[in-house]
Each structure stands twice: as structure tokens, then as C-alpha cells.
Design a protein around this ligand. Structure first.
Ligand SMILES: NC(=O)c1ccc[n+]([C@@H]2O[C@H](COP(=O)([O-])OP(=O)(O)OC[C@H]3O[C@@H](n4cnc5c(N)ncnc54)[C@H](O)[C@@H]3O)[C@@H](O)[C@H]2O)c1
Length: 299
């Protein structure tokens, strides 16, 4: 099968591209605006250096059988709505138009950012984004829904907090699991926002790859959550990291600089993902952290 992964040099995209190359002909489209080509180590498919906002570039791509759209501005602290929307919504519109014109099914990355501080567990019918990034992902979902009758299948996956290998280059934007593990491996007390009671649904990137694979076989267009259904407090993340790293470090509580626009709790309702894709995450947080830190040589 011929597969195109947009944003394929990024964190999730590169995991997807590398995992799909076994048995498929995989191409990656990325403008390398927020990544490093080192992230594609181990990938031996086709790499297209191009921008999703440029429909001429997209039109020239040799037609795939399926598209996984991951390219986006993923920094949730960027406040300039115009910039975020031009890539996340207008770029997506180009990819969607191309997919519809050529009759290619499309799986795209949405986000739990659409839920803001809505009630948990978060269900796909809810939305109350708190920032430009979350609003752009909601706009993508609305755009996708308007094309559900266009003859192709369009599957939106609302990822929760993804962590795992190939996120290292993201630096400040890397997952909190990685940031805290880095501090703690260096025997520094982990800095978390006061008082560590905030909750997140952390999902391992290998489960996210699996959700994408299962989305290829969806019977109809849909938007579903990709989370574990379990929320873990920041304090409990520190406890798990202490155990995995063999440390005994107390958190250092700091003020949250993002008081407005900060999601305090995220937790996915996983019913629709199970019903519509047959997807259920396999990794517990402890097992994923253990495997991840081993894989990157931290333990
Ligand atoms: N990582 C998470 O926790 C998470 C959570 C929810 C949703 N998502 C979504 O999943 C997708 C992948 O996220 P990620 O964490 O891998 O992010 P990432 O920043 O690592 O990857 C995004 C990639 O898109 C590329 N890109 C940006 N603008 C582009 C453009 N105009 N044209 C072509 N390529 C462009 C970047 O260079 C980068 O390689 C994104 O759509 C993101 O919104 C991620």
C-alpha cells in the first residue's frame, strides 16, 4: 500500500512512518519547520520537503492509497490565531481537497485541546477550546464533518497527551513525562505546577500509532478520542518516575504561568474509539514509561 504521512518528520508522524514502512511504500511530507531530519533515522522511504499550505506541492505528490495527516503547529502557547489557523486549518483544507479530488481516505490528528476545561471523561460531542491551537483543531473537525458525504472516509483522532520515543527534539514542547524524567534522572527535584493535583490522560505513542492503523479500517467517517481513559495526577506521574528511575525526589511546586487557557484535567471517554475503530490502548502508564526510558537509554 502507498502511504503518505504529512508532518512525518515530527514526533507522532515519524513513529507512524517508521512503523508503517514494513510492508508499505511510505512517503513523508514535512517542511521541517519544527523538527529535525535526525528524527527520521531508520526511515528509508521517500522524503518530500514541502509545505501543506502549498497546494501545488501537494498536487505533485505521487498518489497514495491513504493519507495520515499529522502536520500542524503544535505549540499550544502560540497566541497568534492567524498563524496557527493558516497551517492547521488552511493547510488541512488543502490536504482534504486533494484527498477528496483523488478519492483517497484520510486519517488526521485532532486533539483533546478542543475540550478545554470541559467535564471529564471528555466525550466527542463536547467542545470548549481555551487557546488558538484548540480552536484550530475544532475548526479542522468541523471542516472534516462538512465533507463526510464526499465519498471518502475521513477519520479524526483526538489525541490526548502523547509521549514516547522521537519527541526529544521538541524541547520545551516535549511531553511532561519526558521533561520530568530529564530533571529527575539528573537528581533534580521535579518542578510541577502547584500542587500537582492536575490530571492528564497520558497515552504512549505506540498506542497512538496503533489507533491510526485501526482507523484505516473504519467503516465510516468519524471523530474519536485517542486516550487511555485513565487520568493520572502530576503528583502520581512523579511517583511513577521515582519508581522507574529508582529515585526518591519530592516535587518542587511552582506557580502556573498559564493560568488562563490551561487545561486542568483531561481524561478521554474511550467508548467511541472502541466501538468505531475497535481501538483500546494496551500500555499502562507505568509499563510505557519503563519501556520509553529504557529505549532512550535513560535507564
Ligand atoms: N503530541 C501530542 O501530545 C499531541 C496531542 C494532541 C494532538 N496532537 C496532534 O498530532 C499531530 C502530530 O503532533 P506531534 O506531537 O508529532 O507534533 P510535531 O510538532 O512533532 O510534528 C508536527 C510536524 O509538522 C511539521 N509541519 C509544521 N507545519 C508544517 C507545514 N506548514 N507543512 C508541512 N509540515 C509542517 C513540523 O515540521 C513537524 O515535523 C499534530 O497535528 C498535533 O496537533 C499531538
Amino acid at each position: 500500500m502507498k502511504v503518505l504521512v504529512t508532518g512525518g518528520a515530527g514526533f507522532v508522524g515519524s513513529n507512524l512512518a517508521v512503523s508503517l514502512q514494513d510492508g508499505n511504500e511510505v512517503s513523508v511530507l514535512d517542511n521541517f519547520s519544527s523538527t529535525d531530519d535526525k528524527n527520521l533515522e531508520g526511515f528509508d522511504g521517500n522524503i518530500i520537503n514541502g509545505d501543506i499550505r502549498d497546494s501545488a506541492t501537494i498536487a505533485k505528490i505521487s498518489e497514495p492509497d491513504i493519507i495520515f495527516h499529522q502536520a500542524a503547529i503544535t505549540d499550544t502557547t502560540i497566541t497568534d490565531q492567524g498563524t496557527v489557523f493558516s497551517v492547521n486549518v488552511e493547510g488541512f483544507r488543502n490536504v482534504l481537497d486533494y484527498a477528496i479530488t483523488k478519492g483517497i481516505n484520510l486519517v488526521y490528528a485532532s486533539s483533546a485541546g478542543v475540550y478545554g476545561n470541559g467535564p471529564v471523561p471528555m466525550k466527542e460531542g463536547q467542545s470548549s477550546p481555551l487557546n488558538s491551537y484548540g480552536s484550530s483543531k475544532l475548526a479542522m473537525d468541523n471542516l472534516a464533518k462538512r465533507h463526510w458525504n464526499s465519498g471518502i472516509k475521513i477519520i479524526g483522532l483526538r489525541y490526548f497527551n502523547v509521549f514516547g520515543p522521537r519527541e526529544l527534539y521538541k524541547k520545551k514542547a516535549a511531553s511532561m513525562i519526558y521533561q520530568l524524567a530529564l530533571q529527575m534522572a539528573a537528581d533534580k527535584r521535579p518542578k510541577i505546577f502547584k500542587y500537582g493535583e492536575q490530571m492528564r490522560d497520558h497515552i504512549y505513542v505506540k498506542d497512538v500509532v496503533q489507533a491510526n492503523v485501526m482507523a484505516m479500517k473504519a467503516k465510516e467517517s468519524c471523530i474519536v478520542n485517542v486516550g487511555t481513559g485513565k487520568a493520572t495526577s502530576f503528583n502520581d506521574v512523579v511517583a511513577i518516575l521515582n519508581e522507574v528511575l529508582g529515585k526518591d525526589l519530592e516535587p518542587e511546586y511552582i506557580d502556573n504561568p498559564y493560568k488562563n487557557g490551561y487545561q486542568n484535567n483531561t481524561q478521554a471517554s474511550t467508548e467511541n474509539a472502541q466501538k468505531l475503530l475497535g481501538f483500546k490502548s494496551k500500555y499502562t502508564l507505568q509499563k510505557a514509561v519503563q519501556e520509553y526510558l529504557t529505549e532512550i537509554g535513560m535507564i
